[in-house]
Design a protein around this ligand. Structure first.
Ligand SMILES: Cc1cc2nc3c(=O)[nH]c(=O)nc-3n(C[C@H](O)[C@H](O)[C@H](O)COP(=O)(O)O)c2cc1C
Length: 199
């Protein structure tokens, strides 16, 4: 499928047919998410993959009772990973392993730590949140590229999800992505005209 077709055919799926996504396809999708770009390559995301029908049913009331939650195959709970220092450590470690000159690593370290070091907890969360939405975009278009449908969902209670899924406090639910096979008919796409967006 051409990328243009993927973009035009993807739609927010409000009802899935309940079929499970085959494991190889699921892993292919998870890899497309994993390879998303992020600032400083920090990858400040964690994605909880919810498969069990019982857990999906438990979560649905905390997402305005949206049917996508229980009809989808897999529910991806995209979380911001606010442990930026630990992620920075990993990035620097990999740079070292790949044989990057020490001076370059130290320069990068000063830049990265200078950027994230002074951040307040709210700023850390805001920073991670922004990156999570880039991974979400990969998930949505990536799903279509694999013949799957998806629905991004911001309408849910993050605190209730965190509690129900026993998430550690450094992982903050940001957005959901239901994936599976659509059972509804997409609405015609409406978007603002070019001249209202680009200036
Ligand atoms: C961050 C985000 C949150 C969204 N939250 C919801 C949601 O909670 N429930 C829902 O049905 N659709 C949700 N949507 C889907 C949008 O309504 C949908 O993408 C938009 O109307 C454009 O339609 P299309 O995706 O079918 O082209 C969300 C989309 C995004 C990007």
């Amino acid at each position: 499928m051409e990328f243009k077709e993927i973009v035009m055919q993807r739609y927010a799926t409000r009802e899935f047919d309940g079929r499970m996504v085959e494991e190889p396809k699921l892993f292919a999708l998870l890899d497309l998410i994993r390879y998303s770009p992020s600032a400083f390559n920090l990858q400040p995301w964690k994605v909880k993959v919810v498969t069990a029908a019982k857990i999906k049913a438990l979560l649905r009331p905390f997402a305005h009772d949206q049917p996508q939650i229980t009809t989808c195959s897999h529910l991806l709970v995209f979380c911001a990973n606010t442990e930026l220092e630990r992620l920075a450590d990993k990035v620097l470690e990999v740079m070292d392993l790949t044989g990057m000159p020490e001076d370059d690593i130290r320069r990068y370290e000063a830049m990265i730590r200078g950027y994230i070091g002074p951040m307040s907890p709210e700023q850390r969360l805001g920073f991670a949140r922004e990156q999570v939405h880039i991974a979400l975009a990969n998930a949505l278009n990536g799903a279509k590229s694999l013949g799957l449908d998806s629905c991004p969902m911001g309408g849910f209670e993050p605190a209730a999800f965190a509690e129900a899924l026993f998430l550690p406090e450094e992982y903050v639910p940001v957005v959901l992505c239901a994936i599976g096979y659509g059972a509804d008919t997409p609405h015609p796409k409406w978007r603002l005209p070019r001249e209202e967006i680009f200036f």
